[in-house]
Design a protein around this ligand. Structure first.
Ligand code: NAD
Length: 360
């Protein structure tokens, strides 16, 4: 196939980890006979340096012409970088929020998988994860409390603040459909997380998700209250396959889920819109503390590229091949410094990229 991919190399370790992901994609193209055309896009600190703003209209328009965008992380050290002397709307992170909004990216996918080879990095006890875990959180990204009306005012002489949690049925339905579609390709279970014992928005959430579930008879739906889900994630994470939830619950639960894998450098993510288009990026930040040292783990970005193959380009077997290559280097003992343990083979960012590309 021919595909056009936007590449946002980003800041800090971003350019290093994107280079390795592209190396793996080049290998996929060579092996499976695809041609990917790349368009370099600037976002965040790199865009501030070039244009004085973290996101330009040109970047948004160019991204819209791509089938998908692969991105390294953006941002710098808040204490030392001149980017953080700018007003908040001109800082690197504003570019990321801006591009998500401009591209209508309403579905955030955050897989959390424990590689048994990295078992020691997981803070959970052996008896809790006898067989590891492999789940994906599907979080609604453009509605709910973070986007509702808010104000701070004085009432009866006291400063008072209000935030509004609002969802309409269409917003719930489209994210639920995404979650069920993903579950159909996995272990066929959706856990929908809400607070339906208290919140009206959650009661609507539950009603619509149950309606959507009728179109997916081979997928099991389970409803779970968010407080219980927070407990179950550390009590028995192996029970989850696809976790579907609204914006704020998803924000919190996805960080909890990433923490129990024990390694930020291994965690991919994707944000999708109504079409097949998606923005794919590692879950971690730009790690300015290790930029340029060859210590960055490129696996999160490589796994994000695998998600891109699967969700935007419908290249299932190619995505499987990349994920299998990552599993293989783990089994063979290749480790970047963040996941290094005794007896393993310590490799640099580019050596890890080489090892994975060779095994695709
Ligand atoms: P961070 O995730 O960049 O770093 C936290 C720790 O994890 C550091 O010790 C870092 O060295 C390590 N780490 C992160 N990714 C790694 C990798 N791939 N390999 C090895 N080690 C890795 O978080 P932070 O230090 O709080 O933030 C740094 C910058 O990143 C800030 O400007 C922040 O705003 C930005 N940030 C960007 C994104 C994004 O682009 N989506 C997300 C989070 C943070």
């Amino acid at each position: 196939m021919d595909a056009k991919i936007g590449l946002i190399r980003g800041d800090g370790i971003g350019p290093e980890i994107v280079t390795e992901a592209k190396k793996v994609l080049d290998r996929v193209c060579a092996k499976y006979g695809h041609t990917f055309h790349y368009e370099e896009l600037l976002l965040g600190g790199a865009s501030i340096d070039a244009y004085g703003v973290p996101l330009t209209d040109e970047t948004i328009e160019a991204a819209k012409t791509c089938d998908a965008v692969l991105m390294g992380s953006i941002g710098g050290d808040a204490k030392t970088s001149p980017w953080y002397k700018l007003e908040p709307s001109k800082r690197p992170e504003a570019g990321l929020l801006g591009i998500r909004k401009a591209l209508g990216l309403f579905a955030n996918l955050r897989p959390a998988k424990l590689y048994m080879e990295l078992r020691d990095a997981c803070p959970l006890h052996d008896r809790v994860i006898p067989n590891g875990f492999d789940l994906i959180i599907v979080r609604e990204l453009t509605g709910g409390l973070y986007f509702g009306e808010r104000k701070t005012f004085t009432e009866n002489g006291k400063v008072t603040a209000i935030d509004t949690l609002k969802y309409n049925e269409d917003e719930i339905r489209r994210i639920a459909i995404r979650a069920f579609d993903i579950a159909e390709k996995r272990r066929k279970k959706v856990t929908s997380v809400d607070k339906a014992n208290v919140l009206d928005s959650s009661r609507l959430w539950r009603k619509i998700v149950e309606e959507v579930s009728h179109d997916y008879p081979d997928v099991t739906l389970e409803n779970m209250l968010v407080d219980n889900c927070a407990m179950q994630l550390v009590k028995d994470p192996g029970q989850f396959d696809v976790v579907l939830t609204e914006n704020m619950f998803g924000d919190i639960l996805s960080d909890e889920a990433s923490m129990i894998t024990g390694s930020i450098g291994m965690l991919s993510s994707a944000s999708l819109n109504e079409t097949k288009f998606g923005l794919y990026e590692p879950s971690g930040g730009s790690a300015p503390d290790i930029a340029g040292t060859g210590k960055a783990n490129p696996i999160a970005t490589i796994l994000s590229a695998a998600m891109m193959l699967r969700f935007s380009l419908d290249l299932e077997k190619e995505a499987d091949a990349v994920e299998a290559a990552v599993q293989q280097v783990m089994t063979e003992g290749y480790r970047t410094f963040d996941i290094m343990s005794d007896g393993c083979n310590k490799v640099s960012t580019s050596e890890m990229g080489d090892a994975i590309a060779e095994r695709v």
